[in-house]
Ligand binder design. Sequence first.
Ligand SMILES: CC(=O)SCCNC(=O)CCNC(=O)[C@H](O)C(C)(C)COP(=O)(O)OP(=O)(O)OC[C@H]1O[C@@H](n2cnc3c(N)ncnc32)[C@H](O)[C@@H]1OP(=O)(O)O
Length: 414
Amino acid sequence: MSTLPAGYRTVAVPSDRVMDYRHVDELAFATTSDPEIDAVAPFPVPTDRLMAVEGPDGAYVAVHGSYEFRMPVPGGAVPCAGLTWVGVRPDHRRRGLLTSMIGTHVERSLGRGEPVSALFAAEAGIYGRFGYGSASDEVRLTLRRRAALRPVAGSDALTVRVRRATPEDVALAAELDARAAAGRPGWMPRATPPLQARMVADPPAWRNGGEPLVIVTVHDGDDVRGLALFRRKEAWGDGGAEYTAAVRQASAVDAAATHRLWSFLLDLDLTTSVETPALPVDDALLQLLVDLRPTRRRVGDNLWVRVLDLPAALTARRYARPADLVLDVTDALLPANAGRWRLTVDATGTAEVSRTDAAADVALDVRELGALYLGGRSARALATAGLAAGAPAELDRLTATFVSPLAPVCPWIF
Ligand SMILES: CC(=O)SCCNC(=O)CCNC(=O)[C@H](O)C(C)(C)COP(=O)(O)OP(=O)(O)OC[C@H]1O[C@@H](n2cnc3c(N)ncnc32)[C@H](O)[C@@H]1OP(=O)(O)O
């Protein structure tokens, strides 16, 4: 599957060449490694999941890696290869190295028993051709200070505490993140120490002129029910203070804690605006705001999902209702996924998937199956763009079967 131009070869990256790997990404992304950052936020991708392409002179010219995730899906979690740190040295681009690396990634992921891959795309035009579908959106808000929230019972009884964040806050940040996730599809757990360290890491290079990271916690007696990490940036205009507060993480376990947390963040002295982290498009904050109109909203693509092993992927999640559907799938990269599949879902939401010769209810490419996989897209909407084919009733049956009650999102970029 992986075809490289003559003179290039695919190699695993030994631990003594991780810096060579990183140098390729630095040239591809116009960044540089910084020992001060590495000291608090070590390189997070496991070495045994790093791959490189060597050029004719033996130097690394293209790299990719992956995380070993258990991606939350409706009703469960699926082993997922989180493709990451993909880069091709600018003098070796557009000669098929990424295409070859995707082949390597797919083979290795399937070999490890990972039926799904997911990623954040550096540019939206890159990954669709390889069968990744845009499966979730995120929204980032810029809120005015004192934006009003609808009342929530119990919020006023909760207390808040504020202090500088420290590396020791990592356990609390990870715990609150996991509790706030509440099974939302796509919300990747940060399961390894290097990924968790990044939650609270605060090297000066990441401060963008702002203060060191601050942590605010919401308490019900001794119980911590919410947490936010944020930093303010000093600014003075003709009218006085114009600070902005950028929130890195805002996690709360219920509506009252959510209300208390955002009430605090929305009324910080000296600030005029508050920037949220990536939120799901149905986040509680959007429901609580009395008036969304003055709020700047930027919606962007979030996770891209690639179904690698169709029967394993489709049986790894639960479904919203019983169903008997025949899907006719095309997959130019992985012919084992192509053809007609019967998806039967029982009353518990558990699916069986088998080959069939029966007539298809819906025809679609594996890219669109990836888009639907987390339950955040509509088959009928895809069909309006010519990306799925079927009678409206069958398309709606597919959507109603796949739908997630909560919009999928991954709140952190990997
Ligand atoms: C999950 C992540 O890590 S996302 C990070 C991706 N990395 C970056 O964005 C860093 C900067 N860019 C790069 O390193 C490289 O340009 C890459 C990785 C995006 C592409 O690598 P290349 O080796 O040039 O890709 P390759 O030659 O295999 O191209 C395959 C096809 O994708 C297309 N393509 C490649 N990059 C892009 C892009 N940025 N936008 C749109 N199309 C693209 C090519 O034109 C080609 O199309 P074709 O088959 O119709 O001719």
